[in-house]
Design a protein around this ligand. Structure first.
Ligand SMILES: [Zn+2]
Ligand SMILES: [Zn+2]
Length: 383
């Protein structure tokens, strides 16, 4: 099989790698769509993501575990089934849940919080040292593959993964009917959080970003208020616009001033949900006004991946309650993976997909019509 491998900073090479037959309980998949995640981009640009360990680009470093093989937002088509698999057949189109927990640890898995499992095998993760699915062919446990109905495209299936992060955020923040929600950052996770909060019943959906094109997309997805992130006195401007304080704020931008803004914008008794990753100082600290949170009884909740939410994502997309298609900015072939990263690194596109095997009849692939700026950049890159 062919794989897009990160072999150095901002360097992706297409290499031929051996592929095993699917093991017991696994299916072999032709990977049709893989999204580039912000964490992939961080490894590509800096060799480190989310404060976790730095990538080792030496020959030995690249040969163990992760191997520079990215990709965890993916969907594919079953091409073979391993022993004991009766839930899927050849030809089924599936979304892959990338994290496979041990399933037995008392502290996390058996408490129903498997995303926190210490033995998690998360594909395309340098932290967990497991190779990813930015490849033409990949084996994965059938129990972590979710069959897509015919009306859901493989591109949408690949986006279930970041949608699940958003669903986890909305669940952790206890978003409910008629709540007022503020989201800082209209990247893929911010926009998916918007969709998830809307599906959970929030009626005031405010979102901020520096890129106008992203705010336009946010509007089309149901944002009721959009604000440029550099608006002076943004907290009071936003609260005045929506007619009060926010019940819940989601920090999805990864910049400390936005985190600070969320502290101020969250109403007393509300919830501040930290979804993004931050550049911490050497002691691993990110500054946050704890006293302010404590004094106003604001719950600070974190999000790490997701737990038991793929069926929810499937139901939301299948029913039409959530439409992920406007989030796709552009698709690239596996050979163009390097270009895809350069394009994504401009910060202008929303979701960039790589299609290692083109699936016939998959039409969720048009460039996002709202993202003119990004298309211009794409042309600059000659794609
Ligand atoms: Zn990710
Ligand atoms: Zn476990």
């Amino acid at each position: 099989m062919r794989a897009a491998i990160l072999t150095g900073l901002k360097t992706i090479e297409i290499v031929e790698r051996p592929v095993a037959d699917p093991a017991k309980g696994e299916v072999a998949l032709a990977i049709n769509a893989v999204g580039i995640c912000g964490s992939d981009l961080a490894y590509w640009a800096q060799g480190v993501a989310g404060g976790f360990k730095k990538l080792d680009f030496s020959a030995e470093g690249l040969c163990k575990g992760y191997c520079g093989q990215m990709g965890h937002e993916c969907a594919g088509t079953v091409i073979a089934v391993g022993e004991g698999v009766d839930s899927l057949v050849v030809g089924d189109r599936v979304a892959l849940e990338p994290g496979v927990p041990c399933g037995t640890c008392v502290q996390h898995c058996r408490k129903g919080r498997y995303n926190l499992c210490k033995s998690m095998r998360f594909i395309g993760s340098a932290v967990n040292e497991v190779p990813g699915a930015m490849v033409t062919r990949f084996n994965h446990p059938a129990a972590f593959c979710y069959k897509l109905p015919t009306h859901i495209s493989l591109d949408e299936g690949a986006m279930f993964e970041p949608l699940c992060v958003a669903l986890q955020a909305v669940r952790r923040a206890r978003v409910g009917i008629a709540m007022r929600v503020l989201i800082t950052g209209a990247g893929p996770i911010g926009l998916m959080t918007l969709l998830a909060a809307k599906a959970a019943g929030a009626t005031v959906l405010a979102i901020t970003d520096m890129v106008d094109a992203k705010l336009v997309v946010a509007r089309t997805l149901g944002a009721t208020y959009t604000f440029k992130a550099n608006t002076p006195n943004l907290v009071s401007v936003a609260q005045q616009a929506v007619g009060g304080e926010f019940d819940v704020t989601f920090e999805c931008s990864g910049v400390v001033p936005a985190l600070d803004l969320c502290v101020s914008a969250t109403g007393s008794g509300g919830v501040l949900c930290v979804v993004a990753n931050y550049k911490a100082d050497e002691a691993g600290r990110t500054p946050v006004r704890l006293q302010e949170l404590a004094r106003r009884e604001i719950d600070l909740v974190g999000v790490y991946r997701y737990c038991n939410l793929y069926p929810t994502a499937l139901e939301l997309v299948s029913s039409g309650a959530v439409n992920l298609k406007p989030l796709i900015s552009r698709k690239f072939s596996l050979e163009q993976a390097g270009h895809a990263f350069e394009y994504f690194a401009t910060g202008e596109p929303i979701k960039v997909l790589i299609t290692p095997n083109e699936a016939a009849g998959d039409d969720g692939c048009k460039p996002c019509e709202f993202d003119e700026v990004s298309l211009e950049k794409a042309r600059e890159f000659g794609v």
